[in-house]
Ligand binder design. Sequence first.
Ligand SMILES: *Cc1c(COP(=O)(O)O)cnc(C)c1O
Length: 442
Amino acid sequence: MELNKQSDWVARSLRSVWHPCTQMQHHETVPLIPVSRGKGAWLYDHEGRRYLDAISSWWVNLFGHANPRINAALKDQLDTLEHAMLAGFTHEPVIELSEKLSALTGHVLGHSFYASDGASAVEIALKMSFHSWRNNGHADKQEFVCLKGSYHGETIGALAVTDVALFKDAYGPLLRASQTVMSPDARLAAEGETAQDVARRAAADVERLFIERGDKIAAIIIEPLVQCATGMAMHDPLYLQLVRALCDQHNVHLILDEIAVGCGRTGTFFACEQAGVWPDFLCLSKGISGGYLPLSLVMTRDEIYQAFYSSDVTRGFLHSHSYTGNPLACRAALATLQIFEQDDVLNTNKVKAARLTQALQPLAQHEQVRNFRQRGMIWAFDAIDAPKDFSRRFFATATEHELLMRPIGSTVYMMPPYILSDEEIDGLAANTLAVFNKVMAG
Ligand SMILES: *Cc1c(COP(=O)(O)O)cnc(C)c1O
C-alpha cells in the first residue's frame, strides 16, 4: 500500500473520470475518496482510513468485499472460460444459473434472458411485453404504467417509466410518454388509515386506469415492497396481490423490478414472495453477482416464451448484447446463490436485522426523526426540518465516522451487506446517531 498518494489519486480522478450521479463542481467541497482495497464490510483508502460500506456500494454487495468463496469461484472460472458468445453457443455457468433461478420461482419463471445492467433488464422486459402482445394479435397494446416516484434506470426507455422530477425535467423531450399511478407508499396514510388502506387506494387508481385504457396498456412496472431510489418508500404486500388480480382481469402484464429488492434484501429471496404472487416478468441485477460483476436478467413465464417460438425470425425476441450471459458474471452469481444455501442466509439475516433495529432505537425515537421503517435488510428514516444540503453534508460527516452513507434527500437509509458482525451492527447504529446529531446541529 502506497502512503501519501491520496491527494494525487483525487486530482487525477477529477481531471479524467466523469463521476456518475455527481455535479462535479461539488467535489470542490465534498471529498472524493480513492479506495485502495476492500475486505468484508469495509473499504479502505490510501491513507489507511476505513469506511463501513453501509449501502453495499450502491446496493450491490451482499457478502462483503473480497469474499473468499466468490473469489475462489471466479479464479477457477477465469482459468476455464472467461467469455463466449451466447448466440449459437452456451455454457455451464449460464445454464446452471438459469436452472437455479427457475427453481427459486417453483419453475413459474422458467426462462431467463441476460444483459449486464439493470436499466437494460428493464428495457428488455418492456420490449418483451410489447412484442409478445403483438405476436398474440394485440399490436395496439403499447403503453406502460409506472408508479409515482418510481425508478427503473436511466437509459431512455427505462427513464420513460421512471418518475424522478430531476431526470424527467432534463430529458423529458426524449422520452416516450407513460402513465403514472399513485404510489402505495405507507407514509401517505391519512389520519386513521392503515398501510393496507393506502394499498387499496393505490390499487383503485390502477383499476381506474385499466378500465379506461387497459386495451392500450402492455404492462405496469412496479418495484415491489420498497421503492428504493425515491427514498425507501415501503408498502404493504396487499398492493401486489391487488395489482396482480387487476392485471389478470384486464390483460395487462405485471413487470416486477427486483433489481434492488431481490436477492434477499427484503427478507425473502424475491420480494414478491411476501405477497404470494409471481409477475409475468421479473428483473434482477445488482446483488445477483454478489456485487462483483455487471449482470442482469429478465425471468419470464412459458406462455410469454411460447409467444415468440416460431419459424419466423421477426416473431423472435430481438435484443442482442455483446456480453450477454458472461460466464464470469454467471459464476459469481452461482457462488452467491451457494452462500445463500450454505449459510442459511435468509434466516441468519432475521437475527441480524432484529439486532440492528434494536440498536437504532435511539434514532427511531429521536425528536428530529419521523417514519422510521424497516423491511428485511433495509432501514430508513426521514429527518424533520433537515438543513440545506443535508445529504451531502451527511455523506461528508459520515466519512469522518468510518461510514459510507448517502442519504436520499432528507431520508437516511442503510442497506448493508449481509455479513455484519454484532460489533459492526452496534458500531453502525452508534456512528449513524453521532453523524445525524452533528449534521442536524448544522
Ligand atoms: C439500480 C436500479 C435500476 C438500474 O440498474 P442499473 O444497473 O443501475 O442500470 C433499475 N431499477 C431499480 C429498482 C434499481 O434500483
